[in-house]
Design a protein around this ligand. Structure first.
Ligand code: RB5
Length: 141
């Protein structure tokens, strides 16, 4: 199960990413927001990170205008390793090296096709389990 949330800046892209993931048979817990009315991204970052840290969802996806506010807010939560990714290489590397558990994207930065591809790579790439990466993560986790 993937937890997915956005603010008003990301709500339209969130809908598209959800449809894409559901078409792949991936279940999504949509934590809102649900309209383009202005709202506060930290509220939605918290809803998604709570689902991830509680173990109810394996991974989270957060979308705002830039992805930056969401990544800042998400990374304040213990146990969250949120990665802002706007390219496929970063999405793959952050799972392999950082064992990222939340993907952040900016709807004003990338389009639907790239966002869905990045989400696919993020979900499908496993952590390397490499000792050096485990050590580095444990140094800040
Ligand atoms: C909302 O206008 C915008 O500030 C928000 O979506 C996000 O980009 C913040 O980082």
């Amino acid at each position: 199960m993937i937890a997915i949330g956005s603010d008003h800046g990301g709500v339209e892209l969130k809908e598209k990413v959800i449809k894409h993931l559901q078409a792949r048979g991936i279940e999504c817990e949509d934590t809102g927001c649900y309209s383009t009315e202005s709202c506060d991204y930290p509220v939605y970052a918290k809803k998604v990170t709570d689902l991830v840290t509680s173990g109810k969802c394996e991974l989270g996806i957060l979308i705002c205008g830039t992805g930056i506010g969401m990544s800042m807010a998400a990374n304040k939560e213990d146990g969250i390793r949120a990665a802002l990714c706007h390219d496929c290489f970063s999405a793959e590397a952050t799972k392999q090296h950082n064992n990222a558990n939340v993907l952040c994207m900016g709807a004003r930065v990338i389009g639907e096709g790239l966002a869905c591809k990045i989400a696919d790579i993020f979900i499908d790439t496993p952590f390397s389990n490499d000792e050096r990466h485990i050590r580095r993560i444990s140094m800040f986790d």
